[in-house]
Design a protein around this ligand. Structure first.
Ligand code: DC
Length: 221
């Protein structure tokens, strides 16, 4: 079974997808971390992120391993654990740039389909229910008010000591900007699949959203 969970940044999808996967004993795959890994590797190699041919070359050669850890998914790129380096703003921006390029999306989609073929996965991203696995058995689209999403992102950065001097209003602006880019890009834009269940998480706790999803997947639970 493939469970697709899509939605914008800060909608809670990664946290929720991870818990849903644990409860079902499924594999959890955060596809955003794959785009982030390509951006990270490209920056390491001083490659211009808008140079699609060069970034595609990197994307096709890079080894990205997603390994379940005690506190979520660990990301190894060419054997190096870079999990903690992926959430910084430079990589968020870089991932949005590479994710808008058709050649990179094609390479990532192929990798994601391979991972999905292993079965019983919860995969989160922007286009899982629309492009990567349009035939996924269960699809959810999580959304929330941008102010609430900004607040969540701010707390996350503070917890990791990565907020530096950034204030909340700047984080909200960055979220709105990235939403705009993700929703309006030509290829695989962020949108709710027709057959996805929409959950607005603005006023819901993580636990409430998880329960709602589990109840939909397994009505007898
Ligand atoms: O979920 P995230 O914030 O880690 O995603 C990073 C970037 O990658 C974001 O700009 C959206 C993009 N992305 C995408 O286009 N398709 C996916 N399946 C996952 C992420």
């Amino acid at each position: 079974m493939i469970i697709a969970i899509d939605g914008p940044a800060g909608s809670g999808k990664s946290t929720i997808a991870k818990i849903v996967a644990e409860k079902l004993n499924f594999r959890y795959i955060d596809t955003g971390s794959m785009y982030r890994s390509v951006a990270w590797k490209s920056l390491q190699k001083n490659t211009a992120l808008k140079d699609e041919d060069a970034v595609a070359d990197i994307a096709s050669k890079v080894q990205i391993e997603l390994v379940p850890g005690n506190n979520g998914q660990l990301v190894f790129v060419d054997g190096k654990n870079i999990t903690d380096q992926l959430k910084v703003e430079e990589i968020s921006r870089g991932a949005a740039i590479v994710a808008a390029q058709p050649m990179i999306r094609k390479i990532m989609t192929t990798k994601q389909r391979k991972l999905g073929k292993q079965g019983n996965v919860v995969m989160d991203g922007r286009d899982i229910g629309t492009v990567v696995f349009p035939q996924a058995e269960k699809k959810f689209f999580l959304d929330a008010d941008p102010k609430e999403r900004g607040r969540r992102r701010f707390i996350e950065l503070k917890e990791k000591d990565q907020a530096k001097n950034t204030d909340l209003s700047i984080i909200i602006e960055q979220i709105v900007q990235r939403d705009h880019e993700d929703r309006n890009r030509k290829i695989a834009p962020l949108k709710q699949a027709k057959d996805a269940m929409l959950i607005d998480t603005t006023f819901l706790s993580i636990d409430q959203v998880v329960k709602e999803i589990i109840k939909t997947i397994n009505p007898s639970s």
